[in-house]
Design a protein around this ligand. Structure first.
Ligand SMILES: NC(=O)c1ccc[n+]([C@@H]2O[C@H](COP(=O)([O-])OP(=O)(O)OC[C@H]3O[C@@H](n4cnc5c(N)ncnc54)[C@H](O)[C@@H]3O)[C@@H](O)[C@H]2O)c1
Length: 323
């Protein structure tokens, strides 16, 4: 039977809004129901054409109402209070959104017989993998922050709902996602978005900074690739019960190289203030993405450089329209 309705949590967030944009184009006949509480999401990112609820995924009444009314067949769960530093500051509040919210959505997915639940997990569950490139099987989870623990708990919940009730689910461990729609204006912003925000929206006394020598590297994942992984997980004819997959480019880039590319694409000089390396920061991340390739055909469809160029263009366009 054809899918009629999907639920997208975090629809006003960075990855969720990109997902809505791409998914609605690819599957114009499927109805999208979105939910977001705007804790970090933006009204400007929300697609007004979808059915939308301004509610928390940790609000049992609201979530029941949404499932009862729309009976989604697939759930794409992007909503979360992300960022390690926020979770260190607010462990209880983030636990409510990130663990309780996920458990509630899984419970409703069980009750309303959802066909598959796609969970946004994170590379942070590795806690600094020992072996690079990181393979899911070789590096057991070692969550060292409340955020990492919350994401790992989400994966374990997906697995137990599979065992207990036969609910199908896929857990996608994204590595450092970037792209249009990622604002850099919060104290919890990722490095790339924070640099671009200050480059295009300079503020007195707030120079962008570089922690350490800039030789630390990340497997930066362009957002369209993360969205593509969700779509492939949705389309796959295999059965999954909480299986975990790395989602990244499968290559790493150091911060100094990112700086050089930003300067090239923007035509501006990015002057960075030096700061000492953050305690507990991992030196390198680099994903092995062969499991996702093998199991549902994932491969990055946009290269790192092309993705960065699109990201710079988005900031440029925002700056020209002051949005
Ligand atoms: N961006 C990354 O690099 C990255 C990496 C790994 C994992 N992830 C995961 O991907 C998902 C999306 O991340 P993002 O980068 O788009 O972040 P984001 O902050 O832009 O999006 C999260 C969205 O969830 C909403 N939200 C938060 N709590 C909510 C609640 N209780 N009820 C309803 N909505 C709520 C926010 O308002 C926001 O719109 C998150 O689950 C995040 O943990 C992101």
């Amino acid at each position: 039977m054809k899918t009629r309705t999907v639920l997208v949590t975090g629809a006003a967030g960075f990855i969720g809004s990109n997902f809505v944009r791409i998914f609605s184009k690819r599957f114009p006949k499927i109805k999208i129901v979105g939910v977001d509480d705007f804790s970090s999401g933006k009204k400007s990112l929300l697609d007004r054409r979808i059915i939308f609820y301004n509610a928390s995924v940790a609000d049992a009444k609201a979530v029941e109402k949404i499932f009862n009314k729309h009976r989604p067949e697939y759930v794409f769960h992007f909503a979360a209070m992300p960022r390690v530093s926020l979770s260190v500051e607010k462990p209880a509040e983030t636990t409510k959104a990130n663990i309780y919210g996920t458990a509630l959505l899984l419970e409703k997915s069980r009750d309303y017989k959802v066909k598959r639940f796609v969970f946004s997990s994170s590379s942070s569950v590795y806690g600094g993998a020992k072996i690079l490139p990181t393979k899911e099987g070789e590096n057991p989870p070692n969550p060292v922050s409340p955020y990492a623990l919350q994401k790992y708990a989400g994966e374990l919940l997906c697995q137990s709902f599979g065992k207990l009730y036969g609910l199908e689910s896929v857990c996608l461990r994204y590595f450092n996602v970037f792209g249009p729609g990622q604002y850099g204006d919060s104290p919890y912003s990722t490095v790339m978005s924070a640099w671009l925000e200050r480059l295009y929206f300079p503020k007195k006394g707030q120079r962008p900074f570089l922690e350490g020598d800039g030789k630390q590297s990340r497997d930066f994942c362009f957002v369209d690739n993360a969205v593509e992984a969700n779509i492939l997980a949705f389309e796959s004819v295999r059965e999954f019960f909480g299986d975990v997959f790395n989602i990244a480019h499968g290559e790493r880039t150091d911060l100094l190289a990112v700086k050089v590319l930003i300067e090239e694409f923007s035509g501006k000089k990015l002057s960075l203030k030096k700061r000492p390396i953050r305690l507990g920061d991992v030196r390198h991340t680099h994903a092995d993405i062969s499991k996702a390739r093998k199991m549902f055909g994932y491969k990055p469809i946009v290269s790192f450089e092309a993705g960065l160029q699109k990201t710079v263009e988005w900031f440029k366009q925002r700056a020209s329209t002051r949005t």
